[in-house]
Design a protein around this ligand. Structure first.
Ligand SMILES: *[C@@H]1O[C@H](CO)[C@@H](O)[C@H](O)[C@H]1NC(C)=O
Ligand SMILES: *[C@@H]1O[C@H](CO)[C@@H](O)[C@H](O)[C@H]1NC(C)=O
Ligand SMILES: *[C@@H]1O[C@H](CO)[C@@H](O)[C@H](O)[C@H]1NC(C)=O
Ligand SMILES: *[C@@H]1O[C@H](CO)[C@@H](O)[C@H](O)[C@H]1NC(C)=O
Ligand SMILES: *[C@@H]1O[C@H](CO)[C@@H](O)[C@H](O)[C@H]1NC(C)=O
Ligand SMILES: [Ca+2]
Ligand SMILES: [Ca+2]
Ligand SMILES: [Ca+2]
Length: 749
């Protein structure tokens, strides 16, 4: 227990609620990632058998050096069975799908901005979107094909011209077709040289025509220690300086496929642009950005356009990725690149014909959003096994940039997977995809039961970057958790503490933590022990704890989607990154540790006890991190009081296990050991207080703050760091009225 007290605590809490019900608290799972206890969705098999793997004994390996910048994407929803814990309720761990691509560093034309090469990234470095990658990429050409091309295997495994194609050879030599000739020439020319991504793609194209396809070349990037350029800078807010999102959205039909989604331009625009409090949709992208970023990241109609429906052919071939098949997917037989980029190619072709005036703006409308019912086939056939895409959304994780701030930037894409018969778009999914575009990782939680612990990639239901499910999809929304708001630059800490600033053994210090809706200065950040953190890395990681308080506002307002179970709680998160303006590292996402609340009276029995939240167990008023500052140096976070606008949270750091007569700590007026009782009250000093359960704190009553004045100041505590009074306290806000739970549920496919 001493070794890993936090995990132990989680284990106890989660152990009490083994049976994860599909209740309001976990409702979020219904909206996007599949629920943990649902049988794993069928992992769609490629319907056409992937070609090459007939064990080809010998290959010619063509190695081409390329330079590109990394462009990563994230999708939802692969479920992986953890074989090590057969019986665990948590053994189905949700994993995201990650795709790494190389894109040009500084494209000269909009066409070049679309060039991309899927790679398998192999590196120990923390690489993020925008980082330059210089890597040899290897393509294997089977010997049978090499023979056809008149190539032989050199001692190093590479290609050399075979004798039998040289001039003046025997008359039995077969004439090469045009494609074979091109392939032979390219292989011999390119091998061992440095080429552009476009040239590399030409090589893979010509090989594909010879049946050598679907190789995802491995990019082995040595751990360099060399400074990367630090990734692309996109829409992270730095120093509070406002920025605007720009985007262009396309939605499609395919009458030749018989796939005719009913979604209209008006229905999309109603969800993009704010139309006031009485509009049918108040959870618009425009409002979400304005409210949740505290006016820092704007989303305005003039630079966020919507076009469609664009009727596209069911199957075909498009410039960026070749063949596509919208009915069955996998036009290129191994992944959805053919369809994902085919749709974008088709959208651009449509613009050139019908809205040519938009073409010059295209490079400056940063995000490209493509809306398509990917699982149309499944729905047409009423056969859940035929999923084309098993993600609800897929998005660029950070947008690639250009060293020249005025240069053309490579495409930054988001794909939405809508339901064929739906007239809405799942805005929570879209917030998450646009959050990925900004460069935010998923919001996770580690869940445990008797069989062990597992990380749930979407486990933080307080955050759209996790599994948040707002009470009404069209009316309400949930803003970012404290660590994500910190990373995005949307909110700043009211106190930024660390081991130097937080004294040990001097008892609790009170902080007033305003509800996140009332001010952008709204959480405590505590840098803790940095053991195991690569603090000298250019990404400047730092392990820290975040303490925040979130009270739902009325429909359309800040956090209006927080369900009752998650409302007016104090949240404790851990995140190992800093607000450096860069895309987050996918490997180190933020994690919710717990939520805290005061005891409540049971409406029936009138007995006072901790509120019990399904999936979370009984909520405590405090959380102790036993090794926060190293072995034997703990941090306790305690909720003392709360109103509709602020919570009083107290922090206590200690290196002593008990107060003692011997060293005078029984007579210093301090709760030295952070157990909630000091000196004479502490049993260590002969007091009556039971150290294990200190006197119960006041009941959780959401008191109305007196209208004009800010929340009452916390009881004066020594060196209390009070934040400036909340700028804009929504005074006397009654609990928001909500439509019946479930109205916002998106039908899960
Ligand atoms: C080259 O010779 C190999 C056998 O060594 C043969 O299989 C191949 O077809 C020949 N290629 C051409 C282009 O004649
Ligand atoms: C290709 O990359 C490898 C490994 O980084 C390097 O050793 C080699 O010199 C490069 N070749 C060219 C032509 O750039
Ligand atoms: C964002 O767009 C709005 C509306 O077009 C404009 O008024 C504002 O100045 C823009 N802000 C920035 C930072 O570009
Ligand atoms: C804590 O923060 C202060 C102020 O930023 C800084 O001077 C100090 O070095 C930090 N201490 C640690 C242990 O990082
Ligand atoms: C932060 O890093 C530490 C040290 O590697 C690790 O133990 C901890 O789990 C990390 N926290 C998160 C939220 O990833
Ligand atoms: Ca004690
Ligand atoms: Ca004491
Ligand atoms: Ca004590």
């Amino acid at each position: 227990m001493a070794r890993d007290g936090l995990l132990y605590k989680l284990l106890i809490v989660a152990g009490l609620c083994l049976a994860l019900q599909v209740d309001a608290a976990s409702r979020s799972y219904l909206t996007r990632p599949p629920p943990l206890k649902r049988p794993p969705p069928h992992r769609s098999q490629p319907r056409q058998a992937t070609p090459s793997p007939a064990p080809e004994a010998e290959v010619v390996t063509v190695i081409v050096n390329v330079t590109g910048q990394l462009s990563q994407s994230l999708g939802h929803g692969f479920v992986q069975k953890d074989a090590s814990s057969e019986d665990s309720a948590w053994s189905l761990v949700l994993q995201e799908e990650q795709i790494a691509r190389l894109v040009p560093v500084s494209p000269k034309t909009p066409e070049e901005a679309s060039v991309n090469t899927r790679i398998e990234l192999e590196t120990d470095d923390t690489l993020i979107t925008g980082d330059p990658v210089n890597a040899p990429l290897a393509l294997d050409v089977p010997k049978s094909v090499a023979d056809r091309l008149g190539l032989e295997i050199a001692p190093d495994g590479g290609p050399v011209a075979g004798d039998n194609t040289t001039d003046g050879s025997t008359g039995s030599r077969r004439r090469l077709t045009e494609v074979e000739h091109a392939a032979r020439r390219m292989i011999l020319d390119f091998h061992g040289t440095r080429r552009t991504l476009a040239e590399f793609n030409d090589l893979t194209d010509v090989l594909a025509q010879l049946g050598v396809q679907n190789q995802v070349p491995k990019a082995k990037v040595p751990k360099s220690g060399v400074k990367k350029n630090g990734g692309a800078k996109d829409l992270m807010i730095i120093g509070g300086k406002p920025l605007n999102v720009t985007s262009i959205t396309f939605f499609f039909t395919s009458s030749s496929c018989g796939i005719n989604p009913v979604l209209t331009e008006a229905q999309i625009k109603a969800r993009w642009y704010d139309n006031g409090d009485s509009a049918p949709v108040t959870a618009s992208l425009q409002r979400y950005h304005r409210v949740c970023s505290y006016n820092k990241l704007g989303f305005y109609p003039d630079r966020n356009m919507v076009f469609g429906p664009i009727d596209v052919p069911c199957t075909g071939t498009q410039p960026t990725k070749g063949a596509y098949d919208l009915r069955k997917g996998k036009g290129n037989k191994v992944n959805l690149d053919g369809e994902m980029y085919g749709l974008y190619d088709l959208a651009k072709a449509w613009l050139r014909t019908y809205r040519p005036e938009v073409i010059p703006q295209l490079p400056f409308l940063r995000r490209k959003v493509l809306v398509w019912p990917w699982n149309n086939q499944a729905q047409l056939l009423k056969n859940g096994d035929l999923e084309v895409a098993n993600w609800a959304g897929m998005a660029n994780m950070g947008c690639p940039g250009n060293p020249d701030p005025n240069g053309i930037v490579p495409d930054c894409l988001t794909w939405m997977n809508t339901d064929l018969p739906s007239t809405t778009i799942d805005l929570t999914t879209l917030f998450q995809e646009l959050g990925h575009n900004i460069g935010l990782a998923h919001s996770t939680r580690t869940v445990c039961d008797a069989a062990g612990c597992a990380k749930d990639e979407y486990g933080d239901s307080s955050d759209p970057m996790g599994g948040a499910g707002p009470i009404s999809g069209d009316k309400s929304y949930i803003c970012l958790s404290a660590p994500q708001a910190y990373k995005a630059g949307w909110a700043v800490p009211l106190a930024d503490l660390n081991a130097t600033l937080l004294d040990a053994n001097s008892g609790f210090t009170d902080y007033t933590v305003p509800s996140a809706h009332s001010t952008d200065t709204n959480y405590i950040r505590i840098a803790i022990d940095q053991t195991g953190i690569a603090t000298t890395d250019r990404l400047r990681p730092q392990r820290a704890i975040y303490v925040s308080y979130r009270v739902a506002q009325p429909l359309g307002g800040y956090d209006s989607g927080l369900p009752k179970e998650l409302n007016a709680r104090v949240w404790v998160h851990e995140y190992n990154e800093t607000a450096n303006g860069l895309t987050a590292n996918l490997k180190t996402p933020p994690m919710v540790l717990n939520m805290l609340d005061l005891p409540v009276a049971d409406p029936k029995t009138k007995k006072v006890g901790p509120p019990v939240v399904p999936g979370w167990g009984p909520l405590s008023t405090r959380l102790t991190l036993p090794r926060a500052f190293g072995a034997g140096d703990s941090l306790t976070i305690m909720l003392k009081d709360k109103t509709t606008s602020a919570a009083t949270v107290s922090l206590c750091r200690t290196t002593v296990a008990a107060e003692s007569m011997d060293d005078g700590t029984c007579n210093d007026g301090l709760d030295n050991d952070c157990d909630g009782v000091a000196d004479g009250d502490d049993p260590d000093c002969g007091g009556a207080g039971d150290a294990k359960s200190p006197p119960p704190p006041p009941l959780a009553v959401l008191r109305k703050s007196p209208p004009p004045s800010p929340p009452p100041p916390p009881p004066p505590a020594k060196k209390a760091t009070s934040p400036p009074p909340p700028a804009n306290v929504a005074s006397a806000v009654p609990s928001p009225k909500r439509p019946k739970a479930g109205t916002g549920r998106r039908q899960h496919h």
